[in-house]
Ligand binder design. Structure first.
Ligand code: FAD
Length: 292
C-alpha cells in the first residue's frame, strides 16, 4: 500500500511506538506520520479513509498502552509546532490540538484569563484532554470549552459549537473524531493573583502525583463519589506487582511500568484490580487508559 507522492516523505514504516508513550511499552505502527501542517494532516486522514487504513492520533502518549503487536494502521502524531499554536482574542483562547495543556494554561494566565488553571499538572495535549474531558478535583475541562474544530473520519473539517457539545465524567461526544483545535471561553482576571493561584495549584498537583516516575499511567476513572485510590487500598492491592508492572504504593491509582514490562503485564494487573475492587465494593472500575 503506498501513499500519494506528496505524502510519501511523511510516512515511516514499522515505527516503534513504545518510545512515544509514557509507559514505554508496545510494538510498532505499520505507518506513522508527523505532519508539519494542518493541510498535511487533513490529506493524510483523507487518504487513509480512501485506502481503508485505520487511523489513530497520538498526543503526548501519557494515556495510551500499546500492545506488543503494535497497531496495523496509520498513527498520526500531533507533535509539530504548527498543530499546537495558542492565541487569545478577548476572553477566548484557541489552542491547536497538539498544544500541551500546560502551555495553554500558562498562556491563559499570562493573558489574564482564568478558568483553566485548576487543570495544572494534568499531563498531555489539549486535543486529548478535551476528547476525554480531563479534569482534576475542582472541575473538568469541558466546562470551559466553547467550540471545537474536528476532522471526521473521511477528513472533512467541521466546527462543533456550544449547542452540540456534550461533556460528562471523563467523556465527551467527540470520541471517534480527530480534534484539530479548541476554543475556550475564559474569564478576565487580574494577572498577579491568577499567577499566584496557578503556582499554588501547581505545587498541590505536583505533590499529589508521583511525577518522578518516568513510566507511569493513571489508568482508572474515579467513579462518581468515590476515589480509585481508596477503593484499591480497601481491596488491599496498593503496591501490588504483577510481572513487571505495579501499582504505586501509597498512590495506587498510578500504575508503574518497570524494566521488562509488557502490555500483557499491564492488562493482567488492571484486570486483577478491577476484579478485586468489584468483589470488595461492588464497583466496576472504568478504564481511562486507552489500549491500542
Ligand atoms: C501522571 C499522570 C497524571 C494524570 N492525571 C490526570 C488527571 O488528574 N486528570 C485526568 O483527567 N487525566 C489525568 N491523566 C491522564 C492523561 O493526562 C489525560 O488522559 C491526557 O488528556 C492525555 O493526553 P495525551 O496528549 O498524553 O494523550 P495520548 O496518550 O497521546 O492519547 C490518549 C487518547 O486520546 C486520543 N487523542 C489524542 N489526541 C487527540 C485529538 N487531537 N483528537 C482526538 N483524540 C485524541 C488518542 O488517540 C488516545 O486515544 C494523568 C496521566 C498521568 C500519566
Amino acid at each position: 500500500m503506498s501513499f500519494p507522492e506528496p505524502l510519501q516523505h511523511l510516512i515511516q514504516h514499522d515505527q516503534p511506538l513504545a518510545q512515544l508513550t509514557w509507559l514505554g511499552i508496545g510494538g510498532p505502527a505499520r505507518y506513522f506520520a508527523e505532519p508539519h501542517t494542518r493541510e498535511q494532516l487533513v490529506a493524510l486522514v483523507q487518504h487513509a479513509h480512501e485506502a481503508e487504513i485505520p487511523v489513530r492520533v497520538l498526543g503526548s502518549g501519557s494515556n495510551v498502552l500499546v500492545r506488543e503487536a503494535g497497531f496495523d494502521g496509520l498513527v498520526i502524531s500531533l507533535a509539530a509546532a504548527a498543530l499546537g499554536q495558542v492565541s487569545v482574542e478577548g476572553t477566548q483562547l484557541t489552542a491547536g490540538a497538539g498544544a500541551k495543556l500546560s502551555h495553554a494554561i500558562t498562556h491563559a494566565v499570562g493573558a489574564g484569563l482564568g478558568g483553566l488553571e485548576h487543570l495544572a499538572g494534568i499531563p498531555g495535549t489539549v486535543g486529548s484532554a478535551v476528547c476525554g474531558n480531563a479534569g482534576a478535583g475542582s472541575g473538568d475541562i469541558g466546562s470551559v470549552v466553547h467550540s471545537v474544530e474536528v476532522l471526521d473520519r473521511d477528513g472533512t473539517v467541521r466546527h462543533i459549537g456550544p449547542d452540540e457539545l456534550q461533556f460528562s465524567h471523563r467523556k465527551s461526544n467527540l470520541s471517534g473524531l480527530i480534534i484539530l483545535s479548541v476554543t475556550f471561553q475564559l474569564e478576565a482576571r487580574e494577572v498577579g493573583p491568577l499567577t499566584k493561584r496557578l503556582q499554588k495549584l501547581w505545587i498541590v498537583a505536583h505533590n499529589q502525583r508521583p511525577f518522578d516516575e518516568p513510566r507511569i499511567a493513571q489508568p482508572f476513572i474515579d467513579p462518581d463519589g468515590f476515589s480509585v485510590d481508596d477503593l484499591i487500598q480497601q481491596a488491599g492491592m496498593s503496591g501490588m506487582r504483577l510481572g513487571n508492572a505495579s501499582l504505586a504504593s501509597g498512590k495506587p491509582n498510578y500504575l508503574l511500568a518497570h524494566s521488562g514490562a509488557t502490555s500483557e503485564d499491564v492488562v493482567q494487573l488492571l484486570s486483577r484490580v478491577r476484579e478485586q475492587v468489584s468483589l470488595q465494593s461492588g464497583i466496576d472500575l472504568q478504564l481511562n487508559l486507552q489500549i491500542w
